[in-house]
Design a protein around this ligand. Structure first.
Ligand code: FMN
Length: 427
């Protein structure tokens, strides 16, 4: 289950927030979101769909928000002195727009640009750079359906923050992904988004792709070749980048880690799967960070079923896997940054420098591996960062979260200060 801490400094005070509510069962929780926002000093207006009124009362929302609520874009015919273009003035008024719950139907309307009610019209009138947070909530199968996922991808590409639903018991009685996060968690996501908007991180709004974890290379139906990677470093980088306002896609091999808040996670198993998934992100990403421990080789001809224990010896032919990071580095366009890791068991700074050049990277983190304090599985790491100008920064033993922060500081500098590197732009 998602868990987020609410920022102590109150970024919500004095902010104008619109809550858009569509017709999912989770709508019954929305008065609590409004109440929490009001308690933090925000002004709240509510726009709800006709469907939403089946699940939550307009009177309850008007009472907790201390404002009239909006449904249609058409004002009553007999009202004089009305702001007839309220869908535009409210869009200008808002500092942020939170759509919770977002039904499959409303996601489709938003992604298609339809605007036949106040909620969908406001979505179109909101100014760029004002955070839009969308919390899809629905049955698990609905959420995973191709059309819902396509609509989510469209909205994400437009700069909306689509926050994956939680897993747990659903209204249908089934268990799965689809639950709207709790009101406290929604408020925390909004606070983070407002913080990142305010922050001056050059990574804000940029598309950052991180690979993490090990890959598994099938020997037969029940066995594989892999490594000790836990994914902790890649997940720490993804978490830190999302906190700085980046739109993060995390492509991960099999790991036992929770998805960091506001990160889009794509699970893969083999190096070839990771390669194919990464390829689809190459063109649109601003920064590609290869932190996965991708197997260099895979068995040439894995058996379908379980191999029998018949021979005293067997031979396994291994073939090279694609080098995902090198592929990105060698084809990246200006305005894109490639960042890699070089895990070495001995003093391998020279090797790391060679990799940096050969793969056309902008930055490499030489990762000393001793299995006790740094490298795979443990919570700490020792990194030496080398950028393409040769500037070398030796970091002490740090938690992986702190090391991720230092790495991102370095990437931010590359975005802004290094001559020859074009400023990143959203693609
Ligand atoms: C009892 C019930 C619960 C529903 N819960 C959801 C839900 O959680 N998520 C969802 O996407 N649709 C849900 N629906 C379907 C929507 O209400 C329906 O698609 C509606 O057209 C949504 O309209 P709106 O997006 O304009 O609010 C539910 C329908 C019923 C009858």
């Amino acid at each position: 289950m998602r868990h987020q801490t609410i920022h102590r400094d109150n970024v919500l005070r004095g902010k104008n927030i619109i809550i858009g509510i569509s017709g999912g069962i989770a709508a019954y929780k929305t008065p609590q979101i409004v109440r929490l926002l009001k308690k933090s000093g925000a002004k709240v207006r509510v726009a709800l769909t006709d469907g939403a009124t089946r699940f939550v009362s307009e009177l309850a929302l008007a009472t907790v928000s201390e404002e009239r609520v909006y449904r249609s874009i058409f004002p009553p015919a007999d009202t004089s002195g009305t702001d007839y273009t309220r869908h535009i003035s409210l869009g200008e008024w808002a500092d942020a727009f939170v759509i919770a719950p977002a039904t499959a139907n409303t996601l489709a309307k938003l992604s298609a640009g339809l605007c036949d009610d106040m909620l969908t019209a406001l979505f179109l009138t909101l100014r760029p750079r004002k955070p839009v947070l969308i919390f899809p909530a629905m049955d698990g199968q609905m959420f995973l359906s191709a059309s819902v996922q396509r609509n989510i991808a469209t909205l994400t590409a437009q700069g909306c923050r689509v926050i994956n639903p939680d897993s747990g018991e659903l209204a249908s009685g089934l268990c799965g992904v689809g639950r709207m996060p709790e009101p406290e968690s929604i408020v925390a996501s909004l606070q983070n988004a407002l913080h990142s908007t305010a922050a001056t991180s050059p990574l804000y709004g940029k598309s950052v792709v991180v690979t993490a974890g090990p890959t598994r290379e099938k020997i037969d139906g029940v066995r594989f070749i892999s490594n000790y990677s836990s994914g902790k470093m890649g997940f720490a980088i993804a978490r830190a980048a999302a906190k700085r306002g980046a739109m993060v896609t995390l492509i991960t091999g099999p790991v036992h880690l929770e998805t960091p808040p506001e990160v889009t996670r794509l699970d893969v198993e083999s190096a070839l799967e990771m390669h194919d998934t990464a390829l689809s992100c190459f063109k649109s990403c601003n920064v590609f960070i290869g932190a996965a421990a991708v197997s260099d080789y895979r068995p040439l001809d894995p058996s379908e079923g379980k191999m029998k224990k018949e021979n005293p010896e067997i031979e396994l032919t291994l073939v090279r896997n694609p080098d995902i990071l090198a592929e990105f580095g060698l084809q990246k366009a200006s305005g894109q940054l490639a960042v890699g890791f070089a895990l070495e068991t001995q003093t391998g700074l020279g090797n790391a420098r060679k990799k940096l050049k050969a793969k056309n990277l902008d930055l490499i983190a030489f990762n000393f591996f001793d299995r006790k304090t740094s490298g795979f599985e443990v919570d700490t790491n020792i990194l030496t960062l080398i950028d393409k100008e040769g500037v070398t920064t030796e970091l002490p033993l740090l938690s992986k979260d702190a090391a991720a922060g230092q790495l991102l500081d370095c990437i931010e500098k590359l975005c802004v200060y290094t001559p020859g590197i074009n400023p990143l732009k959203n693609v």
